[in-house]
Design a protein around this ligand. Structure first.
Ligand code: FAD
Length: 433
């Protein structure tokens, strides 16, 4: 019997398994899909390596993914985004968002009066994050009597936590992201050379080198619980014994494989009720290179759109002379699931990209639309900031743990997948190590 069974071979499951395996635990990982990587998997098509939507690593080589991989003995080669790292499209042209705060003022992106407000964030970092977790950015802006320019700027900055909706984005979560970025030396985002799948290949190698096992194409159907303790798992038609289990997928899905009445009402409602980030995304393989833009493109309208010309960052992800681009429109979870609304948003997304890049339409080699009820497991809004989200232990069930990008730890999206895995492993060690 494995010491720990992990359900799900996405970023959080693979990191949990690799960290535990390195500490000497015998781990077994089950993944229902044919391949590993979950929402950050790569797809190989006719010489293209296509990530699942835009995928970047915040804070470059100092981000959670490369630093945790380094602790596990693996180096991740990254390409750091060049200046301008971020551009926005408005009035039929691109505008650059410089990283240097004085340039932000020189170019009229911020008012003179805004700079002290930004610097105050950094000076009061010990209190300002906690004090503003449950406050929306809009409320904070009103409190400090911010200029409309600062509001526009923070809308774009809030894309760092994938919540550019100022009326509900958690100010504390955003400040924590900004302050952490500055503390790490302000490194730009990074892209793993060869595509995001490289991260998972490295993790799988670590897991297997320590004797761990990864089984793909095998869905866990049920978590068996006896007298308040995990006793096993139903895998396909057979049952296996298991005493420590990590569910490494969005926690809203936990009760697909766990009987609801095993968890009392309040924690159960919290787990099921978290709102994810949702959207609609489109990838294009293009016959020709039609643009040199290599930064993150933002279109701060309704819906909020962002995108990346991935092959301009890493040419190895497209055949020579071709181009790979990916754009996403953020939606509500309901819109992403509603066939008609989703199709209308997709049409708008494609038309918007054509406006930006008129040569796109006659160069399409292939296109892949994706309807994404879950982009990030949890939206970092002021109703579900980290203290209001679940911890790794499932209340009332001994031996059952959670990891994944819904948990109550720092970071957003893929970062949260890593920090949650770290905390989950720490808790398993404390209890059974
Ligand atoms: C379009 C898009 C763009 C993104 N961009 C970024 C970005 O730029 N930067 C960033 O940091 N993050 C980004 N993210 C978020 C990031 O991909 C996720 O946070 C991360 O992949 C979550 O990893 P996870 O392991 O927690 O969950 P998942 O990746 O969802 O992995 C869960 C795995 O569990 C498996 N599973 C579920 N149930 C079972 C079962 N019963 N039995 C067996 N297996 C099961 C699933 O098949 C899946 O493989 C993006 C996500 C999307 C969708």
């Amino acid at each position: 019997m494995a010491d720990v069974v992990i359900i799900g071979a996405g970023t959080s499951g693979l990191f949990s398994a690799a960290m535990l395996a390195k500490k000497g635990y015998h781990v077994e990982l089950y993944e229902k899909a044919k391949e590993i990587g979950g929402r950050a998997r790569s797809w190989h098509k006719d010489g293209y390596t296509v990530d699942y939507g835009c995928h970047l690593i915040r804070n470059g080589s100092k981000g959670y993914i490369p630093t945790t991989l380094a602790e596990l003995g693996e180096q991740l080669d990254l390409i750091l985004l060049k200046e301008p790292e971020i551009l926005w499209w408005e009035g039929q042209q691109f505008h650059e968002l410089p990283r240097d705060p004085t340039k932000l003022r020189e170019r009229g992106i911020l008012d003179e009066s805004d700079l002290p407000k930004i610097f105050r964030l950094l000076q009061e970092k010990d209190t300002i994050v906690e004090q503003n977790m449950g406050k929306s950015i809009q409320e904070w802006l009103q409190e400090i009597k911010a200029s409309p320019r600062l509001e526009n700027f923070l809308r774009m900055a809030a894309m760092g936590i994938v919540c550019p909706f100022l009326e509900r984005a958690s100010a504390g979560e955003l400040f924590d992201f900004i302050i952490r970025g500055v503390a790490l030396g302000g490194q730009p985002s990074g892209y793993p050379i060869g595509g995001f799948g490289v991260v998972h290949e490295k993790l799988a190698k670590i897991i297997m080198s320590f004797g761990g096992r990864i089984t793909t194409g095998e869905r866990i159907r049920k978590i068996n619980v006896t007298n308040g303790r995990v006793s096993g798992l139903q895998v396909g038609s057979k049952n296996i014994k298991a005493e420590q289990v990590i569910c490494a997928f969005p926690c809203q899905q936990l009760f697909r494989i766990l009987e609801e009445n095993l968890v009392s009402a309040r924690p159960r409602e919290m787990l099921m009720g978290l709102t994810p980030v949702s959207g609609i995304s489109i990838d294009y393989g293009l016959k020709e290179k039609i643009t040199e833009v290599s930064g993150i493109i933002l279109l701060p309208g309704e819906p909020f759109i962002f995108g990346l010309i991935t092959s301009n960052i890493d040419p190895s992800v497209a055949p020579p002379g071709r181009q790979l681009m990916t754009f996403t429109a953020l939606t509500s979870p309901e819109e992403a699931k509603d066939k008609f609304k989703a199709k209308a948003i997709l049409a708008h997304l494609e038309a918007t990209i054509s406006e930006m890049f008129p040569r796109k339409d006659r160069n399409i080699e292939w296109r892949r639309p994706l309807f994404l009820p879950i982009i990030d497991g949890v939206e970092l809004n002021c109703n579900q900031y980290r203290a209001k989200r679940p911890k790794p232990e499932v209340p009332g069930i001994e031996g059952l743990f959670l990891a994944g990008d819904c948990l109550g730890v720092e970071g957003a999206g893929g970062d949260l997948a890593v920090t949650s895995a770290r905390l989950c492993v720490e808790r398993i060690e404390e209890r059974y190590g």
